[in-house]
Design a protein around this ligand. Structure first.
Ligand code: ADP
Length: 549
């Protein structure tokens, strides 16, 4: 058909050109490793990104080459975010919380050509370096000195002359890649295209999603090495939001200081970060002026309703709950109340806010149980499947994880969910974390959420422990708030009026800390290992049996 719209590629270059043209003076604030504050602007950031791209070209980086980073969130990492994809190369953010051997495996698997590393992370990189084939090592230092045999990031930029801008990149080319954490098997590469990053950025901005606008100032606590800081650097550049980056300082006090001082309006991270922040705020309610903050987006693991309520009722702060994965860019579902739910009573509204929410526009969902697709009745459970233009269609090596993709083009998430009549998803568990007791599923997520609603509980993780009679039984590991007391019997009793009797964990064990994954989530595999032999051998004969049968 003639007379169609222009076929302008959706490419990150468009975001970067727009940032320099329309909001060159908007601030980008970062905390350095020595805790001092660095301030720059989009104008300066893009000027330096253009020079960085030229320097990388001079080092031999070509279209499609992987350029890795090992860095905290700060202005230089943002420059790399803008420079690498927009010049046609592929940004590969390495997760600095992984074991050096895993980082090496991932860098080799991705065939990274260049690495840009924070000087403060040099001791880590030294353990990785002998195991990888990387052509150039560029170090980002605040003191002007870099280890011998490496290139100085600042010197590379200083050597380039100003001028030039990023041309469009064909939209279906690779722009960035991240690896899954590998908690289930080897880490797998997820490759984002220019088109997927751009569409995802627009999706994030929507009023029913993150509700972002030019007037916002955004602090991603979520690391730039974790699903592209959930796409925030791209949507912020697109809209002109101010950005605030915490560097390596992710403790509650450092974050609260930045949120207050920089008048941050939206921040985002995993629940364990917010659990710590809530405790800090509860102990010092007037110490931080958070009056500018309109949204704290929480995702990556289930946000307990008690935490969401605590922020609102005690501090006037709004938590927005979202679900996603590395494979979903990550925005999959987000819990905003529809006009219908807003008419319902308070308790129902809270229950809805604590769900994972409805799929973003352009994301379709369905869930599959043992007998096929499940009805959207809020009770049937099945594995969530998703499709959409920012959902992975395959892993980087197509043979990896082939079973995650259905024949009709949906991605199998490995999350067990129910979906209600309004399309709100509730994650009951990751398939591998489900407790199967006497042939029936028990949701560890629901039990954890309830336990974290107890006033004495700071953190709770529920795991399946092999059991000689029931195959598996739930056990809760609980960390108490500082100075709080509660005994295990009281905590079990607290759950009694909320769940059927057979859901109540056989034991509540008070622990001093719950092990965390590289993304700050509860590391249930470590707990499962610790309590493995508690209730005897598993009884697999019960698998597949229904408790009601
Ligand atoms: P990993 O957790 O393996 O490091 P991802 O960041 O890709 O890697 O994690 C995605 C998983 O995190 C999802 O499959 C889901 O199990 C869990 N998840 C993400 N968001 C939520 C949420 N809001 N509630 C419950 N679980 C979540």
């Amino acid at each position: 058909m003639n007379g169609l719209m222009m076929d302008v590629p959706l490419s990150t270059s468009g975001i970067v050109r727009r940032a320099r043209q329309l909001h060159p003076g908007k601030p980008i604030v970062s905390r350095r490793a020595d805790r001092t504050i660095h301030r720059t602007t989009y104008g300066e950031c893009v000027d330096r990104a253009v020079k960085l791209a030229a320097a990388l070209r001079r080092l031999g980086v070509r279209r499609g080459d992987r350029v890795a980073t090992l860095a905290w969130n700060h202005w230089r990492h943002l420059e790399i975010y803008y420079a690498v994809p927009s010049s046609g190369a592929v940004l590969h953010t390495l997760n600095l919380r992984l074991h050096p051997d895993d980082i090496a495996y991932i860098a080799n698997h991705a065939e990274d050509k260049v690495i840009l590393v924070d000087k403060v992370l040099w001791p880590l990189w030294e353990k990785v370096a002998p195991q990888v084939r990387i052509r150039h090592t560029i170090v980002m230092a605040d003191d002007g000195e870099v280890p011998s045999g490496t290139l100085d990031y600042e010197a590379l930029i200083a050597a380039e002359s100003a001028g030039g801008e990023f041309a469009d990149v064909p939209e279906r080319r690779a722009a960035a890649m991240c690896y899954t954490s590998g908690t289930t098997g080897k880490p797998k590469g997820v490759v984002y295209s220019h088109r997927s990053l751009m569409l995802h950025a627009i999706g994030l901005a929507l009023t029913d999603a993150f509700r972002l606008a030019e007037r916002d100032t955004v602090l991603p606590v979520v690391p730039m090495f974790h699903v592209n800081a959930w796409g925030l650097p791209f949507v912020c550049g697109m809209l002109g939001c101010g950005q605030v980056h915490p560097g390596p300082h992710l403790d509650p006090t450092s974050l609260l200081e930045l949120l207050a001082a920089e008048r941050v309006t939206l921040t985002a991270g995993v629940p364990t970060v917010w659990l710590g922040i809530l405790q800090k705020l509860d102990s010092a309610p007037a110490a931080f002026d958070l009056s500018a903050l309109h949204s704290m987006v929480v995702g990556g693991a289930a946000a307990p309703e008690g935490m969401m309520r605590g922020f609102k009722e005690r501090h006037g702060l709004t938590v927005i709950h979202a679900w996603g994965m590395t494979e979903t860019s990550p925005l999959g579902t987000i819990s905003r109340l529809t006009s219908h739910i807003e008419q319902l009573d308070d308790a129902t509204q809270w229950a809805y806010r604590a769900k994972q929410g409805r799929p973003s526009p352009l994301v379709e969902i369905r869930a599959r149980g043992e007998k096929g697709l499940i009805p959207w009745d809020g009770t049937a459970m099945g594995e969530l499947e998703v499709r959409g233009p920012w959902i992975a269609g395959a892993y980087y090596h197509a043979d990896d994880g082939r079973e995650a993709f259905t024949e009709d083009g949906w991605f199998r998430t490995g999350d067990v969910v129910s979906i209600d009549i309004h399309g709100y998803v509730t994650i009951q568990d990751r398939a591998k974390d489900l407790v199967k007791s006497g042939g029936e599923w028990i949701s560890s997520v629901a039990l954890e959420g309830a336990l974290m609603g107890h006033p004495a509980v700071a953190e709770a993780a529920v795991i399946a422990v092999p059991h000689e009679k029931w195959d598996e039984r739930p056990l809760a590991a609980v960390v108490l708030k500082e100075g709080a007391t509660a005994d295990p019997a009281e905590l079990r009793f607290y759950l009694m009026d909320k769940f059927s009797k057979w859901w109540i964990p056989d034991e509540v064990v008070i622990v001093s800390a719950i092990p965390k994954s590289s993304a700050g989530k509860f590391l249930k595999s470590a707990l499962r290992e610790q309590f493995r032999d508690r209730y005897g051998q598993a009884n697999p004969s019960l698998r597949g049996l229904s408790r009601s049968s």
